[in-house]
Design a protein around this ligand. Structure first.
Ligand SMILES: *[C@@H]1O[C@H](CO)[C@@H](O)[C@H](O)[C@H]1NC(C)=O
Ligand SMILES: *[C@@H]1O[C@H](CO)[C@@H](O)[C@H](O)[C@H]1NC(C)=O
Ligand SMILES: *[C@@H]1O[C@H](CO)[C@@H](O)[C@H](O)[C@H]1NC(C)=O
Ligand SMILES: *[C@@H]1O[C@H](CO)[C@@H](O)[C@H](O)[C@H]1NC(C)=O
Ligand SMILES: *[C@@H]1O[C@H](CO)[C@@H](O)[C@H](O)[C@H]1NC(C)=O
Ligand SMILES: *[C@@H]1O[C@H](CO)[C@@H](O)[C@H](O)[C@H]1NC(C)=O
Length: 500
């Protein structure tokens, strides 16, 4: 908002003379409040409360950050003021011990590139409920220790792909209630993602397209913290599959906001529908169920223990409550916590259980394995043989017909005819033969491929997960005391995105 006004004021004096200068003089105080006001030193009597390493000045009507903040300040609360810009010189002293900076409910429209160079130890930064419109590249780069960043309820429409680079410790990022139109996939995607990130809230934005395929590929502990309700997504069965699948796995990002997960129906009215109701009315989406792992004799399977929590200790129990032992060569726990079983036999079918033990909660996952009493190769080999026989048979018949009707040989019985005729009839012969050959080859290729596809069909994501527990969003301190499987209620988990 303050952007256009100084421009207009600066342009007018050149053209118009004294009257314009007067206008400018009148305008200036209104234009750059924070720039023009003399900055006041810290007032620990009226505006702020200073308690050892805490400086707290909420609602003090401050238009600029007070000067001469004590260098030992660890917590600085400037919320509910009227700060408009965070310039590179907002503090004249380096605040090397500051770990919490609260700037919510101000009028911030501008963050200097160097604004955070003085506070590199920051762990918690609240910029929510301001007027920020865009996040430039590398804007938060100095904040390598930052763990929580609140940016909800601004007017952010543009996020540079590198806006959050350098935030190697960031665990929770709140971007809801903005005007973001692009899902920031780079923050969660394998390889480019922020290493420590466990919660990304982009709900209530203007996002119209989600990268559903990539979201589905995320590990459950990350899906659990990707909040994307109340967007303007068009209804589709692909969207239903994702939301219904996450709901079935009891991932908080869906279960805590079931009714807010809406989509827009096609048509001029753009009616809003709860996504989870899509299968019943309007779109006939197939019901999402937890499918089991299916396999054939002699195959190997790797069962994934896709937990909702990161960094947990995983152990497996075989059907019939048999623990995995070193002696049993047919079941082996891999380094990533998955269980490899095989070569499979029919009696390996059953429910395999993964127990994940974490600091804050335990999780139990069940994977049902069904082993068919046949080998994949056997079944396909038979089909393939049958198909080859059929093709060969058809080709033989064609060849017989060619032989009977098109061979040049019958001319050999006509002694009156010369070599020319022979040659003339040669051409149709060879070309006719070449057609079925090409036909056969293309059929063989096209026909063989689907079988190969079937053979590679790997029901990877068909994992039954039956976590009974409510997830915890990194609320380490608050939750240390919790033990026992079901103590945390859904309501507590539901408050997570806004509670810090
Ligand atoms: C949903 O999003 C719209 C705009 O994106 C916003 O105005 C509204 O407050 C949001 N609703 C809820 C319940 O957050
Ligand atoms: C959905 O399926 C029902 C019956 O199964 C059918 O009557 C209805 O027309 C279908 N709706 C659409 C949109 O395909
Ligand atoms: C499974 O079947 C195989 C033979 O088919 C047998 O050797 C093995 O003991 C059986 N295992 C169990 C647990 O029944
Ligand atoms: C070994 O593991 C298989 C599953 O892969 C299981 O069916 C079998 O009962 C186990 N045998 C023993 C002796 O634990
Ligand atoms: C598997 O199939 C074979 C024959 O193909 C049969 O003899 C055997 O009993 C079957 N095993 C089971 C467990 O059904
Ligand atoms: C998780 O399970 C372990 C072992 O069963 C137990 O010692 C621990 O207290 C449990 N933790 C929670 C949070 O339930």
């Amino acid at each position: 908002m303050a952007g256009p006004r100084p421009h207009a004021a600066a342009a007018s004096p050149r053209g118009r003379g004294p009257a314009a200068v007067l206008t400018l003089a009148l305008l200036l105080p209104a234009v750059g409040v924070s720039a023009q006001l003399p900055r006041t030193p810290l007032d620990c009597r009226r505006a702020c409360v200073c308690a050892s390493n805490i400086v707290s000045c909420p609602g003090a009507n401050l238009a600029s950050v007070p000067l001469a903040l004590p260098p030992q300040t660890a917590v600085l609360d400037l919320s509910f003021n009227s700060l408009g810009r965070l310039r590179d010189d907002w503090t004249t002293v380096d605040l090397g011990r500051l770990h919490t900076l609260l700037l919510s409910h101000n009028e911030l429209v501008f963050l200097s590139y160097e604004a955070f160079g003085h506070v590199t130890e920051l762990r918690y930064l609240d910029l929510s409920s301001n007027g920020l419109r865009q996040l430039d590249e590398f804007i938060f780069e100095p904040l390598e220790h930052l763990e929580v960043l609140l940016l909800y309820n601004n007017r952010i429409a543009q996020i540079d792909h590198s806006a959050f680079s350098g935030l190697g410790s960031l665990r929770r990022l709140y971007l809801s209630h903005n005007q973001v139109a692009r899902f920031p996939l780079e923050l969660v995607k394998e390889r480019s993602r922020l290493e420590a990130l466990q919660l990304l809230d982009v709900s209530s934005n203007r996002i119209k397209v989600l990268p559903l395929h990539e979201l589905q590929a995320l590990p459950a502990w990350l899906k659990n913290g990707v909040y994307f309700h109340n967007l303007s997504l068009p209804c589709s069965c692909e969207l239903y599959d994702v939301v219904a699948g996450w709901n079935l796995k009891e991932l908080s990002s869906v279960t805590d906001f079931k009714s807010s997960h809406t989509c827009l129906l096609p048509g001029p009215q753009k009616e809003r529908m709860p996504i989870l109701d899509l299968d019943k009315a309007h779109l006939n989406c197939t019901e999402v169920t937890m499918t089991n792992e299916v396999a054939y004799l002699q195959q190997y399977l790797v069962l994934d223990c896709d937990t909702r929590q990161k960094d947990v200790t995983k152990s497996w129990v075989l059907p019939g409550n048999i623990p995995v032992s070193q002696a049993n060569k047919s079941a082996e726990i891999r380094s990533d916590g998955g269980l490899q079983i095989g070569p499979l036999m029919v009696n390996d079918s059953g429910v395999y259980t993964c127990y994940a033990t974490g600091d804050n909660m335990n999780e139990t996952l069940h994977v049902t394995v069904v082993v068919f009493n046949s080998t994949v190769s056997g079944g396909l080999e038979n089909l393939k043989t049958a198909y080859t026989t059929l093709v060969a048979c058809i080709i033989s018949v064609v060849m017989v017909f060619i032989y009977l009707f098109l061979t040049p040989c019958r001319c050999a019985f006509c002694p009156g005819q010369g070599l020319e005729k022979d040659k003339a009839s040669d051409t149709p012969h060879s070309s006719t033969v070449s057609i079925p050959q090409a036909h056969r080859e293309s059929r063989a290729e096209g026909g063989g491929f689907p079988y190969r596809q079937v053979a590679f069909l790997d029901p990877k994501d068909q994992l039954e997960q039956n976590g009974r527990l409510n997830p915890i969003h990194e609320e380490d301190e608050e939750c240390k005391g919790f033990s026992g499987e079901r103590k945390r209620s859904e309501a507590e988990a539901g408050g997570a995105p806004m509670v810090v």
